[in-house]
Design a protein around this ligand. Sequence first.
Ligand SMILES: Nc1ncnc2c1ncn2[C@@H]1O[C@H](COP(=O)(O)OP(=O)(O)OP(=O)(O)O)[C@@H](O)[C@H]1O
Ligand SMILES: [Mg+2]
Length: 450
Amino acid sequence: MDSKILIVDDDSLVREFIVETLERKGYYVDQADSGEQAIEMIGHAEYDLVITDLKMRQLSGMDVLKEVLEVQPDCRVMVITAFGTIENAVEAMKIGACDYITKPFTADELEILVERALDYKRLKEENLYLRKELVGSYSFDNLIGRSPSMMKIFELVKNIAASPSTVLISGETGTGKELVARAIHYNSNRAKEPFVKMNCAALPEGLIESELFGHEKGAFTGAIKTTKGRFEQANNGTLLLDEISEIPLSTQAKLLRVIQERELERLGSGQTIPLNVRLIATSNHDLKTEVKKGKFRDDLYFRLQVIPIDLPPLRERLEDIPLLCDYFLQKYCQREGVPLKTLSEKVKKLFMSYNWPGNIRELENYIERAVVISKSSELRVSDFPIEIAVGSSGLASVDTDVGQTIAEMEKRLIIKTLEANNWNKARTAEILGVTTRTLRNKLNEYRCQE
Ligand SMILES: Nc1ncnc2c1ncn2[C@@H]1O[C@H](COP(=O)(O)OP(=O)(O)OP(=O)(O)O)[C@@H](O)[C@H]1O
Ligand SMILES: [Mg+2]
């Protein structure tokens, strides 16, 4: 590995930690203890990556970033930021930093981000970037995320891909369960074999077994020809059983037997067929609760959750939001053939406080729609659904105290909603479910009171 990296930080402990970690990985590492020294070095040597702290005594990380962009535009820049100052990092990424890392970080996190930054550079240089995007709709790299919880999941996916063990992926709707399942398959040595998906929730009870295990001609009324089930179709590859909690109890027993014995019989046949299938199941209900309720067999549950992966909801990994926004903006602007659009500051802020019940799918849909509809280069609050503007769980909270009158309460609600909507009266009235005229009258009343 002959990538050359410059570390800029006035904190010698942080600097040494980074240098040590990266040298251990075989990178060639230089260091600077101030922005001034860094700028001097950038003028003399070429780097593939500069990792700079944002807050330093005199010249800041922003200055280093600007200098690199000017002098070595092909060099990537990653900024280091303290916990709670993500805004600065986002600012740096807007100017041109490729990524950011939040202090404190572990050696693992650092290694992954550095690898990613350099990979991107190399791929771009080799002009493979486009090809990778085509091939890679399902490849590991399409899983975007930089929060510690997601980075852990990436590592886990990498580590378990090769094994044939059963995986149980749980998480709310839209958190990326299917994407993770595909990443596991396409990173395993089964990648060239079939990846078969079956949505257990979409099938009527009577059909599930024949779908799973197949049937012989004449096995039941309507079985006009012999059909392979999903297990057989997935042989040597991976079978994804989506929404596994929807499988009826009677079928669960048969499923358990197939998993245990690694062979099956089609319905209406006495012949056993050996199976080599990697099974991945997903659920957006907590399966353990289903077990307690008697709706899911505990023995099947234990068989499935050999490797459990729990995808956290988006609201619990806010750090991923800026990155996902960038990714989706890029994806959809490219698709639409328009110059890259940005999000207004207000939108960015609202995105961070919204509670995202539909998780990443919801975010992706909103950005896609806004990119398609908006004509301007900056996407504003009005380009997004009103839920975003009214904040978490669809409602921004308004404090209520006993002793307050309903009129006072109403006034607070109106003002708060106006604030959340940039004092746009039409929108506020829509959210409050009153006419704009009523809203105007109320505001006039308040004015008279003051
Ligand atoms: N980490 C991620 N990076 C990029 N895109 C993501 C990520 N997670 C999810 N997505 C995108 O969000 C959408 C929903 O993901 P996916 O279908 O995997 O969710 P799911 O958990 O299976 O949802 P459901 O329970 O509703 O089936 C997809 O378009 C997917 O590409
Ligand atoms: Mg899914």
